[in-house]
Design a protein around this ligand. Structure first.
Ligand SMILES: NC(=O)c1ccc[n+]([C@@H]2O[C@H](COP(=O)([O-])OP(=O)(O)OC[C@H]3O[C@@H](n4cnc5c(N)ncnc54)[C@H](OP(=O)(O)O)[C@@H]3O)[C@@H](O)[C@H]2O)c1
Ligand SMILES: *[C@@H]1O[C@H](CO)[C@@H](O)[C@H](O)[C@H]1NC(C)=O
Ligand SMILES: *[C@@H]1O[C@H](CO)[C@@H](O)[C@H](O)[C@H]1NC(C)=O
Length: 329
């Protein structure tokens, strides 16, 4: 025993610097991880008798959000493009939440026809819609087009949700107080709306397109909030954090092995999907946000977005352009 204690003491003395470095690194990583985890929605609001529709709810933060809504007692509609994945997610959510009122509906945001079909189904078959969560998204894909010929990221992240929301407004108003939650991203801060080349036909870059689409999300929420003043429908946009989900799938594919390995290791430091869903959940249910509309959130608190996301003239211009692109008006 004596020898053992002495050996340990000697080791510590001889390796003091190294050990200190290891401990500090460990504490630093833990603190960083804790900081990354961000805010948590503390609201205990229940949603019995309420209906929530979430786009892209088969995986990532959309699925975590759906789980939370089901645990609060809501009727939850998972609006997804892949019905096999959607049914598997719904089964898991029903089982874990003990709420049987979880259903799936087909929605491909890259097709205006699909958006209209889903909206019609909801209008005809649902009595109410209390919370609409525009969560689905595609990030940094190659230069793809939607069924209607729009650039994919702008088409799915913004235009599809723009049409969907507009088609569901009457039901949302009828169910008020109700909420529309738009999942944007910090990426909007480096974004610009390219009004003269909205589909980026002339100069496509995956980053530029993603940033434009996420800026469009914030501008859309702002303009929608202004249009819905006094209706009892409130609107929220948000940055969910940096989260371990499938969002990086297109980016990942193009990378060398070492980059992918490093990226996978770093992914353990960022938010998990449960943590990543907290700000969406906050915007959807928290009592303290009930009378706020048109603001942008991060880590379960309002935050000032980038200056170009506060440009009301651009928000109006984007609204008009979007309306004409999707054939509203
Ligand atoms: N992860 C992050 O670090 C991060 C950071 C900032 C913002 N966000 C935002 O958070 C949202 C959710 O992303 P996530 O991280 O959870 O990513 P994810 O795991 O890739 O989930 C994205 C969801 O969107 C769906 N989707 C994609 N294209 C669609 C289409 N054409 N029609 C219908 N659904 C479609 C996907 O369906 P499939 O499974 O069928 O592909 C999936 O359900 C996105 O709006 C994203 O921009 C994420
Ligand atoms: C499902 O939820 C809706 C909306 O809250 C409610 O009207 C309906 O009765 C519920 N159905 C079941 C089977 O619980
Ligand atoms: C929101 O506004 C309504 C009506 O003015 C009021 O009754 C309610 O207390 C407010 N809620 C919060 C959380 O401020």
């Amino acid at each position: 025993m004596q020898n053992y204690a002495e050996a340990v003491q000697e080791f510590v003395e001889n390796h003091a610097t190294g050990l200190t470095a290891v401990i500090l690194t460990g504490v630093g990583l833990l603190a960083f991880r804790r900081w990354m985890a961000g805010g948590v929605c503390r609201s205990e609001a229940r949603l019995e008798g309420k209906t929530v529709l979430i786009t892209g709810a088969n995986t990532g933060i959309g699925k975590e959000t759906a789980m939370d809504m089901a645990q609060r007692g809501a009727r939850v509609i998972l609006a997804c493009r892949d019905m096999t994945k959607a049914r598997l997610a719904a089964d898991e959510i029903r089982q874990k939440s003990g709420n049987g009122n979880v259903t799936v509906k087909k929605l491909d945001l890259a097709s205006l026809q699909s958006v209209r079909d889903l909206a019609k189904d909801v209008q005809q078959n649902e009595e109410r819609l209390d919370i609409l969560i525009n969560n689905a998204g595609v990030m940094m894909c190659p230069k793809w087009k939607t069924e209607d010929g729009f650039e994919m990221q702008f088409g799915v992240n913004h235009l599809g949700h723009f049409l969907l929301t507009n088609c569901l407004l009457d039901l949302l108003k009828k169910s008020s107080p109700s909420r529309v939650v738009v999942v944007s991203s910090l990426a909007h801060t480096r974004g610009k709306i390219h009004f003269d080349d909205i589909n980026l036909d002339k100069d496509y870059s995956p980053e530029k397109s993603y940033r434009q689409s996420k800026l469009a999300n914030v501008l859309f929420a702002r303009e929608l909030a202004a249009r819905l003043q006094g209706t009892g429908v409130t609107v929220y946009s948000l940055h969910p954090g940096v989260i371990r989900t499938e969002l990086g799938r297109h980016l990942f594919q193009t990378w060398a092995l070492w980059k992918r390995v490093l990226f996978s290791l770093l992914m353990f430091l960022v938010k998990n999907p449960w943590e990543g869903a907290q700000t969406t959940i906050y915007c959807a249910v928290d009592e303290s946000a009930a009378n706020q509309s048109g603001l942008y959130y991060s880590d379960c608190a309002p935050e000032t977005p980038a200056p170009q996301a506060l440009d009301d003239a651009a928000a109006k211009r984007l609204w008009d352009l979007s309306a004409s692109m999707v054939g509203l008006v």
